[in-house]
Design a protein around this ligand. Structure first.
Ligand code: SF4
Length: 172
């Protein structure tokens, strides 16, 4: 794996043509957050609001995620948030396996540069994210599902509480 700086990686994502998804996108969404973050949140792919702004998890679900993190004492500004696939899909369909495979090197580089202690896998990203030894992984429900269904919302809060507990354990 070629280790790029995050700035170099971002530039590569903005100009990337490794799969078809860039064609229907307005902006690449490489991810954002401090480079010394102990926690990385990884979703599957950006949606329309993210495509519009070039920023991850900024739509309704993203706001709900940020609000719930804050309720449990986790500041969004202190975590690195990204997606496995960096461009929006047509009609927000699930990315195809070849698109995931083409984009996966970027998240691998991000993990290698940031070296988080904890990775929070959001929704479907759990199946696709490679596991690195020494990092704790925790899977959470996608916030859009948590917003829609009461039982999922309750489970989501329990999962975020677990994330907060894990962060507390590495901080102590
Ligand atoms: S989705 Fe990933 S692999 Fe496909 S064009 Fe965008 S950055 Fe490149």
């Amino acid at each position: 794996m070629i280790l790029l700086s995050i700035d170099e990686l971002n530039i590569q994502v903005y100009g990337c043509r490794k799969c078809r998804l860039w064609q229907g996108a307005k902006h690449g969404v490489p991810g954002e957050g401090p480079l010394n973050a102990k926690v990385m949140l990884i979703g599957q792919n950006p949606g329309a609001d993210e495509d519009e702004t070039g920023r991850p998890f900024v739509g309704r679900a993203g706001k709900f995620l940020s609000k719930t993190l804050a309720e449990f004492g986790i500041e969004r500004e202190k975590v690195f948030i990204t997606n496995i696939v960096k461009h929006v899909s047509p009609k927000n369909r699930k990315p195809y396996p070849d698109e995931v495979a083409a984009c996966l090197p970027y998240v691998n580089i991000q993990i290698n540069v940031i070296k988080p202690k904890i990775i929070v896998l959001i929704g479907a990203s759990a199946k696709e994210t490679p596991r690195v030894e020494g990092i704790k992984y925790i899977q959470i429900i996608h916030p859009s599902a948590a917003m829609r269904f009461t039982n999922m919302g309750e489970k989501f809060r329990v999962q975020i509480a677990e994330v907060a507990k894990l962060i507390g354990a590495i901080d102590s």
